[in-house]
Ligand binder design. Structure first.
Ligand code: PMT
Length: 399
């Protein structure tokens, strides 16, 4: 049965390009339901989209529908994907704040399918903190976004804000709807989360990693057909379905588990924030403090194994090894140094001091580096989309 894509159009000059997108989606045998805001209909007529989609175009919340008893609910239940393109600042704000005052915004709230938002607007509007906050809020809810292209805009400004090429939007839609099975037959070993190094039976040293980046990689790799082994420090995340899950606490436990599962791997990814040090001699009993507050404790720290380095010593021919570099300064140089020192094929550099990057958030800002001459920066996107990009690059390196 054909998959159904909802195309939600807002009032922007780029609306005319969506006619081409609808036409291309029909050629890919998708069922396409077009919904337009009142402003969108000022840029292109519903009749044009009705002709191309072969279906009634929905514009009004109050029109009696011949197809659905309650129109906005009926439409939402049918969707396999909802695409908002072009997405205006106003409509992004409505989605971020749960407003439902017209047909399209009501369908958005009733929808449970994945959502892809394709903003198009003046550069200053797109970069306005209010718009960026609304985008962040939707990214945290798992909405997918395409970054606008840069170039000459209809308003005469040159900068970021152009609707991406229709073929790029189509590629993104296909990737969301029909996850490729390009990693079928591949074994991928990933570590994620923090490690815990005991000080005494009660206290331990850890770090800010939540595991979201590593879990996104495991989830995405499994969706693309890979056999995934996920070695995870303590997190509060749901275990991704379809992966072999191994729970560990300390860096040494994590190292042992990774070495145990290394044989036969095609790709190994070190996404975990591995503690570099541990208390050399953890106390057997809970350390007591002085009641008068005069107590001081000195903890002698021993160095933990460098897991990627240990794996690198036993790297099998053809295996692609990927690490992350969590930096706060000199990101590029520090990442290149780790790429060499750990004998990696790819390092993913992220400046963990940047807003929307690194620990705990649902987004990241990464640069994929496979050599000093192959450096690929990416904008702020969801960790799921970062995972797709890393696995795409790993698949290229496997060839
Ligand atoms: O988990 P999240 O909350 O989503 O946060 C994501 C993240 C910030 C943890 C992730 O994007 C990230 O940057 N992970 C690597 C964190 C880290 O330890 O970076 P590092 O630069 O200190 O280490 C470099 C590489 O060596 C990493 O691949 C790390 O896994 C590995 N390493 C480090 C120390 C060690 N003893 N053994 C290792 O294998």
């Amino acid at each position: 049965m054909a998959q159904t894509i909802g195309i939600g159009m807002c009032g922007g000059i780029a609306a005319y390009k969506i006619a081409d997108l609808v036409s291309k989606l029909k050629k890919h045998d998708f069922d396409v339901i077009v919904m337009m805001t009142e402003a969108a209909a000022r840029f292109i007529t519903p009749l044009t989209l009705q002709t191309l989609s072969g279906r009634e175009v929905l514009t009004d919340l109050w029109t009696e529908s011949r197809e659905w008893k309650v129109q906005h609910v009926g439409v939402a239940e049918q969707l396999d994907l909802l695409v908002i393109a072009p997405a205006t600042a106003n409509f992004i704000a409505k989605m971020a704040h749960g407003l439902a005052d017209d047909l399209l915004s009501t369908v958005v709230l009733a929808n449970t399918a994945p959502v892809l938002v394709v903003p198009s607007m003046n550069t200053n509007m797109f970069e306005n903190p209010a718009v960026q906050d609304n985008i962040q809020s939707l990214l945290r809810r798992g909405y997918h976004f395409m970054d606008p292209d840069s170039g000459l805009l209809a308003c005469g400004v040159t900068g970021k804000g152009r609707l991406p090429e229709v073929d790029d939007i189509l590629k993104h839609i296909l990737a969301l709807l029909k996850p490729r099975q390009d990693l079928a037959g591949r074994k991928i070993l990933i570590n994620a989360g923090s490690t815990c190094e005991d000080i005494d039976p009660v206290r331990f040293i850890t770090n800010r990693s939540t595991g979201k980046m590593g879990y996104a990689l495991a989830r995405t790799a499994a969706a693309r057909g890979a056999e995934v082994v996920l070695v995870s420090g303590p997190t509060h995340l749901e275990i991704p379905s379809g992966v072999e899950f191994i729970s560990v606490r300390s860096a040494r436990d994590m190292c042992a588990a990774m070495l145990q599962h290394q044989p036969g791997c095609d790709i190994i990814i070190g996404a975990a924030a591995v503690g570099d040090f541990r208390p050399a001699t953890p106390a057997e009993q809970k350390i007591k403090k002085n009641e008068d507050g005069s107590g001081r404790i000195t903890i002698d720290l021993a160095q933990n194994p460098d897991i990627l380095k240990e794996l690198g010593k036993k790297k099998e021919p053809g295996c692609i090894m990927i690490g992350f570099a969590a930096e706060t300064e000199n990101v590029l140089e520090n990442a290149l140094a780790k790429l060499a020192a750990k004998n990696l094929d790819l390092i993913v550099a992220n400046d963990v001091s940047m807003e929307g990057a690194g620990f705990a958030c649902d987004t990241n800002i990464c640069t994929l580096i496979s050599s000093r001459t192959d450096i690929r920066p990416m904008p702020l996107i969801s960790k799921d989309d970062v995972a797709e990009a890393i696995l795409n690059r790993a698949a290229e390196l496997l060839l």
